[in-house]
Design a protein around this ligand. Structure first.
Ligand code: CUA
Length: 304
């Protein structure tokens, strides 16, 4: 997670600003070391005139000029960074404890809901509305842009404009409770055509179970009440409290970046939520028979 390897228009600007500030600071530091070595040896500096010149020049004029330049340089970046995207797609990202609800909004379509992963097209500027319905979180994908708080009762906006394809990491940058450190986000940037393809695939309902084991898992999912909290589009599961699992098997990780995405990780998560993510609102289903956990994991991991 580095803001100095930008993959977004706004991160590029921040990175250039940072580089200028860094070199500026280096030059000033070298100048100060030079002065510190020169002054004790210099008769000119020791004279009343020399002392006044150092105090007024170094203590008033110099910082005034440097800080004014820095302010102008920094503020000049603001209009471009605050510019809205006017893409037909907008994102709505909600900070939860401790995961990200991600919705793709597009006129003419039902909102599409995902979790802990966003995919974006390169070269398009997409607005994200940042929300929270619990505590303050902070949305931060350093490769794309600066961070922005998610404040209950407010809609904060940030624009995301990827400049190259790749996979990047995001994290919550505001302490939001016990498992704040386990609130990661995967960001994948795609060529526009690949993005449209992905979006269309995500709009489809869940894949039907393709063998007896997955079928047992699908039944257990409904029988054990998983659908009260989770949605799997195309089934009776329509819960809203937890992440939408319609295509959970296609995501890069599980539990907001905590686990890899495979059947074994699903089993670990289902039986050990509290142990893996302290304070997690999903109870651990540790008492489920092993065969049922395994069937559930098979079913979920195949929801691609
Ligand atoms: Cu959400 Cu820290």
């Amino acid at each position: 997670m580095s803001a100095l390897e930008p993959a977004g228009r706004d991160a590029e600007r921040l990175s250039v600003l940072f580089t200028w500030m860094w070199f500026g600071a280096l030059v000033i530091w070298l100048g100060m070391i030079g002065l510190a070595l020169w002054v004790p040896r210099s008769e000119a500096a020791a004279s009343a005139r020399g002392r006044r010149a150092l105090i007024i020049g170094g203590g008033v004029v110099f910082p005034l000029v440097v800080l004014t330049l820095l302010l102008v340089f920094g503020v000049a970046e603001l209009p471009a960074t605050l510019a809205r995207g006017h893409d037909r797609v907008t994102l709505e990202i909600t900070g939860r404890q401790w995961w990200w609800r991600v919705r793709y909004l597009e006129p003419g379509f039902e909102p599409l809901e995902l979790a802990n992963e966003i995919r974006l097209p390169v070269g398009r500027r997409i607005d994200a509305h940042l929300l929270s319905d619990n505590v303050v979180h902070s949305f931060w994908v350093p490769a794309l842009t600066g961070k922005m708080d998610m404040v209950p009762g407010r809609i904060n906006r940030i624009a995301l404009e990827p400049t190259r394809t790749g996979t990047f990491q995001g994290a919550c940058a505001e302490f939001c409770g016990l498992s704040h450190a386990h609130m990661h986000l995967d960001v994948v940037t795609l060529e526009p055509a690949a993005f449209e393809q992905w979006l269309a695939a995500q709009r489809a309902g869940a894949q039907a179970p393709d063998d007896a084991e997955a079928q047992r898992g699908a039944e257990a999912f409904l029988d054990r009440g998983c659908g009260v909290c989770h949605t799997v589009r195309g089934t009776d599961a329509a819960g809203r409290a937890g992440p939408d699992l319609t295509h959970v098997g296609s995501r890069l990780s599980l539990a907001a970046g905590l686990l890899p995405n495979d059947a074994n990780a699903f089993s670990q998560w289902i039986t050990g939520t509290e142990r893996l993510k302290p304070g997690a609102h999903m109870p651990a289903f540790a008492a489920l028979p092993a065969a049922e956990v395994s069937a559930l994991s098979t079913y979920l991991s195949r929801l691609r």
